[in-house]
Write a protein that binds this ligand. Structure first.
Ligand SMILES: *Cc1c(COP(=O)(O)O)cnc(C)c1O
Length: 367
């Protein structure tokens, strides 16, 4: 598969809007999702013609018909991955083919056009090359890439669009969860579900996030940083956070995470990578359902030692406490990252930044 080289030609229109001095200033403290690069990618899909007009253009607003289907029926999917600057200057991507594959699965679920995996990777690689100067040094962070697809056909009839735009934007991001202050409190959501069996939970689509925002507000009103969603039927089984998977570490060295079998949990690439690294390190890995009442019980008994959330943006986020209408449950001392969480986080970041050997062939060097 990888032997097949993409021949898609991207036209490039260069942008010189940001001065080097302004860029350097922005890169000192990029935050998350606000420091956008100079360029973006467009590839257009037209039914009958396929994907065409691949282009890199100055970062700019979109022009769409107000009747474009994305605004009315929510046909939208996205991805999130990072480009890293290695100490030796190489530009690295982490498992981009996994994002490309997931993007195709999301498109399939949302009845959108199938984007070839090599075109997805080529678009990202080209953008990283053009905006290379925007990748922060590794002690600061990385370049976050946001590929997405929207339905652009101007029509109000309810049906899949016949035209789509594949777009990639990029922003410099800081490594903001490395500090101890990254320990978060989590609201256990008992009213709203993020998704349900047969729903769109395994697709990475904006609609899932729209459905989760009211719970996020509820969590915030209760003093929490993040929200944990339970299964929609019994409101008992732990599923995931609004945008991160969740993992538990037990006193016997087991790392457990809910299984993907119900089709309600997003197939996180960070999740998969951490399970693999945990196995490499001799931990017992278990993908098994875990009930909220069991969590409370295991915290009480001292069996549950660490809980963390994981995803590309923040990599690993230690969870210090769970809060619900029933009260608060503190994990460990509630403020410090646990040793297993810390070890897994460090191991993954070392591979992503090219500081450690890559035994699983996850890292792709951008040529
Ligand atoms: C993106 C996402 C994740 C994390 O996936 P990664 O591939 O690890 O970034 C987890 N849950 C949801 C709902 C997501 O959208």
């Amino acid at each position: 598969m990888t032997a097949h080289k993409s021949h898609t030609h991207f036209t490039v229109t260069h942008n010189t809007k940001t001065s080097a001095a302004d860029r350097e200033r922005a890169l000192q403290n990029p935050g998350f999702g606000s420091t956008f690069t100079d360029h973006m990618v467009f590839v257009t899909y037209t039914a009958g013609k396929g994907w065409h007009s691949a282009r890199i253009v100055p970062y700019q607003p979109l022009v769409l018909e107000p009747s474009a289907l994305v605004f009315h029926y929510g046909q939208e999917i996205f991805e999130g991955l990072k480009a890293y600057r290695a100490e030796d200057g190489r530009l690295l991507l982490f498992r981009p083919e996994a994002n490309a594959y997931r993007f195709r699965k999301s498109a399939e679920r949302l009845a959108m056009a199938d984007l070839p995996e090599e075109l997805f990777i080529e678009a990202i690689s080209q953008l990283v090359r053009v905006d290379e100067a925007w990748i922060p040094p590794q002690e600061v962070g990385a370049l976050y890439l946001r590929p997405f697809m929207i339905a652009t056909e101007a029509a109000l009839g309810v049906r899949p669009s016949s035209t789509f735009e594949f777009i990639v934007i990029a922003c410099a991001v800081g490594d903001y969860f490395s500090a101890e202050s990254g320990v978060v409190s989590v609201w256990v959501e008992k009213n709203f579900a993020r998704t349900s069996r047969g729903g769109t939970g395994i697709a990475k689509c904006g609609g899932n996030y729209a459905a989760s925002l009211v719970a996020q507000m509820e969590g915030k009103a209760n003093g929490c940083h993040q929200v944990l969603f339970l299964d929609a039927y019994e409101r008992r089984w732990i599923e995931e956070m609004g945008g991160m998977n969740v993992m538990m570490v037990f006193d016997d060295g087991t790392l457990q995470t809910p299984p993907l079998t119900e089709g309600t949990i997003l197939h996180g690439i960070t999740r998969d990578s951490l399970l693999t690294l945990a196995r490499d390190k001799g931990l017992t890995v278990s993908e098994a359902p875990y009930a909220l009442d069991q969590l409370y019980h295991d915290v009480q008994s001292g069996r549950l030692k660490e809980v963390f959330a994981c995803g590309t943006a923040a990599v690993v986020t230690p969870i210090g406490s769970f809060k619900s209408s029933a009260g608060t449950c503190v994990i460990g001392d509630g403020q410090t990252i646990g040793p297993v969480t810390s070890l897994l986080r460090q191991s993954l970041c070392d591979i992503q930044f090219g500081r450690a050997p890559d035994p699983h062939g996850w890292v792709k060097v951008i040529q």
